[in-house]
Design a protein around this ligand. Structure first.
Ligand code: ADP
Ligand code: MG
Length: 309
């Protein structure tokens, strides 16, 4: 599924003296099965932007198209009114459902008595019968990395007895149970301990790889993005200032630092080595890759035949 924004602008408190242009003429296309990271300093409009992707926020101006369908074109603009207008409304509703949005600190929105009921909430709202609901809950809990035994035991517990990482995964499962084609996550690992973080990242990586789910991930954590996405969009004051492959964006260390963003430690390390004349490749994102590159360099140094090459 594709999501496209055309000159999308969102102004909070428009028309008042406190008006804030949070998203400023953003034109962006996210294609089917892509994995895209969105970074930018605090207040640059990341959360506001992604809340337009499923129609949660309404643009002040500009358009949002999901699979080519304008989320906000009103029936008034639609020459086909009446029955066809209603048909269009339900079409829009199902399109919006195809874009699942996981909010920042999504676990704050868990509210049912059991984990099962929480994940089942969306599917039950769709009016699915209980056997289908059970299937969806089991599938969604598996998708976020709980094995079947674990999921069964967890299902009957209160969400509030779980660890932070488990709660976050349950919240993601609640969105996945709606079977979205695109999953949008706002700061998915914020506040998680390293184990919770790795558990969630692994689950998301696997989902993207195995099911082709389109991923849009807002994150401050460059290491997370290096693992999860192929492309990175950089926002600054509501505008897109960079949109490129993850390696290309993350190798522009000066640019990122100027925006107050952290550069992945592996990138800094390789650039520091290269800056001191070491013949190593920069632009590596992964610690294992970097370790291999450094070993290769050290091995070549130890061999007198290639010394000084
Ligand atoms: P980010 O997610 O990149 O931190 P946000 O989209 O949350 O950025 O915010 C962008 C701008 O909009 C900021 O200046 C923020 O203060 C403002 N803003 C966000 N939400 C609201 C709101 N509900 N009402 C008024 N201003 C808001
Ligand atoms: Mg935000």
């Amino acid at each position: 599924m594709s999501i496209e924004t055309i000159a999308l602008t969102h102004t909070y408190m428009a028309g008042t003296s406190r008006a804030v242009v949070a998203v400023d003429e953003v034109s962006l296309r996210i294609g089917d099965r892509e994995s895209v990271g969105i970074i930018g300093p605090t207040g640059s409009g990341k959360s506001t932007l992604v809340q337009h992707f499923n129609g949660l926020l309404r643009p002040t101006s500009g358009r949002v198209l999901v699979d080519g369908l304008d989320l906000w074109e009103t029936d008034r603009d639609d020459p086909a009114r009446g029955r066809r207008g209603r048909g269009r409304r339900s079409e829009l509703r199902s399109i919006r459902q195809k874009v699942g949005l996981v909010f920042q600190f999504a676990e704050h929105q868990l509210f049912e008595e059991t984990v099962f009921d929480d994940v089942a909430f969306g599917p039950r709202n769709l009016g699915l019968d209980e056997s289908e609901v059970r299937e969806r809950v089991a599938g969604a809990l598996a998708a976020v990395g709980f094995d079947p035994e674990e999921a069964k035991a967890l299902g009957q517990r209160s969400p509030f007895t779980l660890s932070g990482g488990q709660m976050r995964r349950v919240a993601v499962a609640g969105v996945l149970a709606m079977r979205p084609a695109t999953l949008v996550l706002d700061e998915p690992t914020a506040g998680l301990d390293p184990r919770g973080r790795v558990g969630l990242l692994d689950a998301l990586t696997r989902l993207h790889r195995e099911t082709g789910l389109t991923l849009v991930v807002v994150s401050h954590n460059m290491e997370d993005l290096a693992r999860l996405v192929d492309r990175v969009v950089v926002l600054d004051r509501g505008r897109v200032v960079e949109d490129d492959g993850v390696r290309e964006v993350f190798s522009q260390t000066e640019r990122l630092r100027a925006l107050g963003l952290d550069v992945p430690p592996v990138v800094s390390l390789m650039q520091a080595l290269a800056g001191r004349g070491a013949p190593v490749r920069t632009g590596l994102l992964d610690a294992a890759e970097a370790a291999e590159e450094i070993s290769r360099w050290l091995a070549s140094r130890a061999d007198p035949r290639t010394e000084g090459r």
